[in-house]
Design a protein around this ligand. Structure first.
Ligand code: RIB
Ligand code: CA
Length: 311
């Protein structure tokens, strides 16, 4: 029984690896890829998503452009991490495959209304603008989403774009607030987890040793992507954030976490975008998300590498 998913994304090298992992995994049926502004502007994220689909040999995948800015704030991008193109590190050919005409938000609504209720999982890998707008435009879809598995947030690990906030939540905190209050089952991969999935030199070498174009490209992206995080954290490799979302769909046993209350700071300028996670249950606020804190990194990279070998 395959799981139907929609990937909402702002490629970004780590998003790109997540898309490759999903397309290499027969357990998953990617109904579509919806793009959002985040790491780089929408024109680039929607171009990059198509470059990645063609790299995977899947020009048939439906790619949609969504929101080009957060619900209520100016866009904040992360070229300092991902480079000007958003996929720096490797030169990929301009895509031949078209962008779908429909807006990503309309695709999300129409797909959730036409697929059987509870049969589609949403996998947001960037700011939550598209998801929030779909929920606002069509509140009825909240009851039709199987679950949301997203990369975003941080608690013990604190923020990466500000001392308090992780980038995806920081860019559009109002959108995140709508999603976390939606009542939909949410599993999140915060920095607390993704900072344990570091692309060490040995893991990059394993990508390169695959001997296929995908392995070479992923190694090239990683070499570029990790320069920023290694310098900042002094770590032995960069965290490969977004693929941990797809990894959880494939091998949840590699992960552990806690079902707790998570609320989003939207008012304070100092801490906007912070995911206030009640890990110790010190409030009476109802649990609304499974906050994943641990990952078996060796198992995750073995799975990722084995799947990339198939492309
Ligand atoms: O904070 C990490 C997240 O921000 C990842 O999804 C990365 O792609 C960027 O979008
Ligand atoms: Ca991302």
């Amino acid at each position: 029984m395959t799981r139907k998913i929609i990937i909402d994304t702002d490629p970004g090298q780590d998003d790109a690896v997540a898309i490759l992992l999903a397309l290499a995994s027969p357990e998953l049926e990617v109904l579509g890829i919806t793009c959002v502004a985040g790491n780089v502007p929408l024109a680039l994220t929607s171009l990059n998503a198509r470059k990645v689909c063609e790299l995977a040999g899947r020009p048939d995948v439906k790619v949609f452009a969504g929101c080009e800015a957060p619900l209520m704030r100016p866009l904040v991008t992360a070229e300092h991490v991902h480079g000007k193109t958003g996929l720096d590190g490797v030169e990929l050919p301009a895509p031949q495959m078209p962008l779908q005409q429909a807006h990503a938000v309309d695709f999300l609504i129409e797909t959730l209304r036409s697929e059987p209720a509870g049969s589609v999982t949403l996998c947001p890998l960037g700011p939550l603008t598209n998801i929030a707008l779909a929920l606002r435009k069509a509140p009825d879809i909240a009851g039709r989403v199987q679950e949301i598995v997203l990369m975003g947030g941080a608690y013990f690990e604190v923020g990466n774009i500000t001392p308090a906030a992780e980038f995806n939540i920081y860019v559009d905190p109002e959108a995140a607030d709508i999603v976390f209050r939606s009542g939909i089952s949410i599993t999140l991969m915060p920095l607390d987890l993704t900072h344990k999935a570091l692309v060490t030199a040995g893991r990059v070498a394993a990508f390169r040793a695959l001997g296929n174009r995908v392995g070479e490209v992923v190694a090239g992206w990683t070499d570029f992507f990790e320069r920023f995080d290694k310098a900042k954290y002094g770590s032995e490799g960069a965290p490969l954030h977004d693929p941990t979302v797809i990894g959880w769909l494939l091998a949840p046993g590699l992960y552990s976490g806690r079902h707790i209350n998570v609320e989003i700071e939207t008012r304070s300028d100092l801490t906007r975008g912070m995911t206030v996670a009640d890990w110790w249950g010190v409030t009476a606020r109802a649990p609304n998300a499974t906050f994943m804190g641990e990952i078996d990194a060796e198992g995750f990279f073995a799975l990722l590498t084995e799947r990339l070998a198939r492309l």
